[in-house]
Design a protein around this ligand. Structure first.
Ligand code: CA
Length: 226
């Protein structure tokens, strides 16, 4: 899941980027409204988090520009303003939610999860499955053979990607860009280490392996005939 944050205040922007990255999202950060709009229009985001007061274009105009470009990306406004008319304006312009600063990160995260979930509800399944392995995207839980498995945010994101594209060989570079937001030529050792950790949790304790290494190519998740 990819999120764009448009926030000019450096501390808040960095704090949000770090928190959401740790929560397993791929995050881009723009520091002003023009950059924000350009990135938002390039598409590919599952959620926009827009500050209202921004240099250049304010958050409302970023939202209006995004909608004019035909994009229905959900938007969460973040603002120190808490006047009722500001909230009403934001919601009338098509914002999906509005959070007043200062806010607790836990509350922001809960809203982000709710918005990204709502956006894909009806479009995609909330339960991904292969063999006896299940990933519940709504409750953020993994289980195999009915036994709950605790995953870190990155492990969850990695397993989600493998499950969504099960049966397909995923190159390390693709995994890197989708889960870590790293470039094609980044050190892919990170991927191998993460896959090893994931295997230790979802494969090794069980008789049938689901994650397979395809030499020279990458990884594939599938139930193979024994
Ligand atoms: Ca601001």
């Amino acid at each position: 899941m990819k999120i764009l944050i448009v926030e000019d205040e450096p501390k808040t922007g960095d704090y949000l980027r770090q928190g959401l990255t740790e929560a397993g999202f791929v995050v881009d950060l723009a520091r002003d409204g023009w950059d924000g709009l350009e990135l938002a229009r390039s598409g590919g985001y599952d959620l926009l988090i827009l500050d209202v007061m921004l240099p250049g274009l304010d958050g409302w105009r970023v939202l209006a520009g995004t909608r004019r470009a035909g994009l229905e990306t959900p938007v969460l406004f973040l603002s120190a303003r808490d006047r009722v008319e500001d909230r009403v304006k934001g919601l009338e312009l098509g914002a999906d939610d509005y959070l007043v600063k200062p806010f607790a990160f836990a509350e922001l995260l809960a809203r982000v999860r709710s918005l990204t979930r709502r956006a894909r509800a009806g479009l995609e399944p909330t339960l991904l499955r292969v063999a006896d392995l299940e990933l519940d995207l709504t409750r953020r839980r993994a289980s195999r053979g009915g036994a709950r498995i605790d995953l870190t945010a990155k492990e969850f994101a990695l397993l989600e990607l493998l499950l969504r594209r099960q049966g397909e060989v995923l190159p390390r570079s693709l995994i890197a860009s989708q889960v870590w937001d790293m470039n094609f030529d980044s050190d892919t050792n990170v991927i191998d280490v993460a896959v090893r950790r994931l295997r230790a949790k979802i494969d090794e304790p069980f008789p049938v392996r689901l994650i397979h290494t395809v030499r020279g190519m990458g990884y594939v998740l599938e139930a193979r005939e024994p």
